[in-house]
Design a protein around this ligand. Structure first.
Ligand code: GCO
Ligand code: MG
Length: 403
């Protein structure tokens, strides 16, 4: 079962995606998501120029060895570009192994630990009444968990809140990032009232989540965590920038609001201290940015030892290939917490035919051999790459701040 072809496919069906497709000499194919939002072509080149040539002739069944070969063999280890490229190879190899075995991938990694995957949906309103309306619609659709974000009075653009009623999509096409202005004081004065309004209208019988998107200092995050305690958040996500793991100790000393972190992490070494010191409650690493199924399982196993549960990132910049893979991991690991779910557009779904399905607040992984997702290369070719950047954020005095 040797690899005979490795293709990198860049397409923009409403947004940019990079996909690796591997083909073996016995005609099996496997796909892996390689999308790094706003820096897509760096991963495409890493794969095309440096990794694909090494894959030709390799035994596709040697998943762990290939992971180690690309990780150790690069010498320059870790980092989002490298780990996203390695993830794409790893994911495609698991897809091939599943097809060769005639089994869905979750069967190869331990089998089901649960019937289905609980997901959280997104309620994003320019105002509190708009956010409440969206929480209501998601609950009506059967969601059991909702992340709520709303415009902050006095700030023009805020993370998570789309212009108009479009689904939220932070990467904006163009040759420069959009700029937004941020005030932590305005946000902290406002956001507890959003949680209060949600609980007052809809009660406590569903999980409520919120993303602070890396913008606070530890003591500000501690203040928000405390203020949120009466509203019983399922989690407060990314309260501070993620580089300094010991920075989370301060938050922990002050609040019982659960903390979720990890969408920008790409290796176990980014979060081992957070996990072993029990400074977080949910680890949000995902298949595409976390080194693939092989490495993500290693992270999740470490997390399990320390009572940390999973809560993988699942925004629309992670392609249906990544979501399909995530669901196999989610349904198998013992310490699953929750999965983020933002439905892709119809155009994206048409380029990536898949057989996972959503019903009643739950996602069900594919039962087909492999991952149960593919890329329609002809359809993909109709949507050429468009330059797009994630926004940047400045404080009101013009200083660069975390976005
Ligand atoms: C989330 C994330 C996303 C990221 C996006 C960046 O919680 O879903 O914060 O909204 O900002 O995935 O590409
Ligand atoms: Mg987030």
């Amino acid at each position: 079962m040797n690899i005979v072809e490795a293709k990198v496919i860049v397409t923009c069906p409403d947004r940019n995606f990079v996909t690796l497709k591997l083909i073996t000499d016995d005609g099996l194919t496997g796909v892996g998501d390689a999308t790094l939002n706003g820096r897509e072509l760096a991963v495409a080149s890493y794969l095309r120029d440096h990794v694909c040539p090494l894959l030709i002739g390799r035994d596709a069944s040697r998943i762990e060895d290939t992971w180690q070969y690309l990780h150790k063999g690069a010498y320059w280890r870790r980092g989002p570009v490298t780990m996203t490229a390695v993830a794409a190879v790893d994911t495609a190899l698991w897809d091939i192994k599943g097809k060769a075995a005639g089994m869905p991938v979750y069967q190869l990694i331990g089998g089901r630990s649960r019937d289905a995957v609980t997901v959280y949906g997104h309620a994003n309103g320019a105002t509190v009444p708009e956010a409440l309306e969206q929480v209501g619609s998601l609950l009506d659709e059967g969601y059991r968990a909702v992340r709520v974000q709303a415009g902050v009075p006095g700030l023009e653009k805020v993370y998570g809140v789309p212009a108009g009623h479009a689904p939220y999509e932070p990467a904006v096409a163009g040759d420069r990032p959009e700029e937004a202005t941020w005030s932590t004081a305005k946000y902290l004065n406002f956001v507890p009232s959003l949680f209060a309004a949600v609980r007052e209208r809809f009660g406590h019988d569903f999980h409520l989540l919120h993303d602070a998107h890396h913008r606070l200092t530890p003591i500000e995050a501690a203040r928000l965590g405390r203020a949120a305690e009466p509203y019983g958040l399922f989690w407060l996500e990314d309260p501070i920038s993620e580089e300094l793991q010991e920075g989370f100790r301060l938050i922990r000393q002050h609040t019982t609001t659960p903390i979720a972190v990890g969408e920008v992490y790409n290796s176990i070494w980014d979060c081992h201290q957070l996990i072993t010191e029990q400074l977080i409650d949910y680890i949000r690493m995902d298949v595409v940015h976390g080194g693939g199924i092989t490495h993500l399982r290693r992270v999740f196993d470490l997390a399990d030892l320390y009572h940390v549960r999973t809560g993988s990132h699942g925004a629309t910049d992670l392609s249906p290939v990544c979501l399909a893979a995530a669901l196999h991991v989610d349904v198998a690991v013992p310490n699953f917490g929750i999965q983020e779910y933002m439905p892709h557009t119809e155009t994206t779904n048409a380029v990536f035919p898949h057989s996972y399905r959503f019903a009643d607040g739950l996602l069900y992984p594919s039962e087909e051999p492999g991952l149960g997702v593919d890329i329609d290369e002809e359809a993909a070719a109709e949507y050429p790459y468009r330059q797009a950047y994630l926004p940047v954020n400045r404080l009101e005095d013009g200083s660069m701040h975390d976005w």
